[in-house]
Design a protein around this ligand. Structure first.
Ligand SMILES: Nc1ncnc2c1ncn2[C@@H]1O[C@H](COP(=O)(O)OP(=O)(O)OP(=O)(O)O)[C@@H](O)[C@H]1O
Ligand SMILES: Cc1cn([C@H]2C[C@H](O)[C@@H](COP(=O)(O)O)O2)c(=O)[nH]c1=O
Length: 209
């Protein structure tokens, strides 16, 4: 079996930056790496981005607002395809799978939208658990600075409010899922990378020797 690692955190926490650095770190050591993300790059994931992540992240399809339940089901459907078609086969082939977001994003974000946490956990029960989930924790003020250029001014306050709830939710999830470890994402890109590598060595590689 391979190694399954997930990076989580609020928007702009540095997940994709760190996922790429970690993939390079493993590749240098001779591992075959699959770098992936959710929503995925498949037709299903692209559909979700178009349907759910447009219209000020209000979940709008053809001009009509969809329910948060339907939104959670769309993310879960994309994840089911991700797990069955990419993650499980790659792990069986002995590869390192690094995913930028996974079901913890559904728990943190869709819970922040008002859905029941137990309902979300049950919905995502099919998703195999990773060995390590790195939670890149960052104050919302800093994340908003990092992503500001990407957002419309009118969306700014609404997004900041949601991100605050999402950050709190992630910190609560750490208490429930022992595979989740917090890394201070305020540090420099290099220091964050070093902290992640230390966790990978301690939580995964030392246990495989
Ligand atoms: N430790 C850091 N310090 C300062 N800037 C950073 C740091 N890590 C990443 N950045 C910058 O912050 C921005 C967001 O980073 P990145 O895209 O990696 O975050 P993300 O968590 O993947 O975002 P999203 O969830 O919105 O896709 C980028 O411009 C990146 O260069
Ligand atoms: C997997 C997943 C994602 N989301 C949200 C979180 C972000 O706001 C976007 C993805 O954007 P990114 O720039 O690609 O990180 O989608 C969610 O609400 N629920 C999920 O399960």
């Amino acid at each position: 079996m391979g190694i399954f690692i997930v990076l989580e955190g609020i928007d702009g926490a540095g997940k994709s930056t760190q996922a790429k650095l970690l993939a390079k770190w493993f590749e240098k050591r001779g591992y075959e790496v699959v770098l992936t993300k959710e929503p995925t790059d498949t037709a299903f994931g692209k559909l979700i981005r178009r349907l759910v992540l447009t219209g000020g992240r209000e979940g709008i399809i053809d001009g009509a607002k969809i329910s948060h339940e339907a939104e959670a089901l769309l993310f879960a459907a994309d994840r089911a395809e991700h797990v069955k078609k990419l993650i499980e086969p790659s792990l069986k082939a002995g590869k390192v799978v690094i995913s930028d977001r996974y079901f913890y994003s559904s728990l943190a974000y869709q819970w922040a939208r008002g859905l029941d946490l137990e309902w979300l956990i049950n919905l995502n029960k099919f998703a195999i658990r990773p060995e390590l989930v790195i939670l890149l924790d960052l104050p919302v003020k800093e994340s908003m600075k990092r992503i500001n250029g990407r957002k419309l001014k009118s969306e700014f306050d609404k997004i900041a409010e949601l991100q605050k709830k999402v950050r709190e939710n992630y910190l609560k999830l750490v208490e429930m899922f022992p595979e989740m470890k917090i890394v201070n994402a305020l540090a420099s890109i290099e220091d964050v990378h070093n902290d992640i590598v230390a966790l990978v060595e301690h939580e995964i590689l030392s246990k495989k020797e």
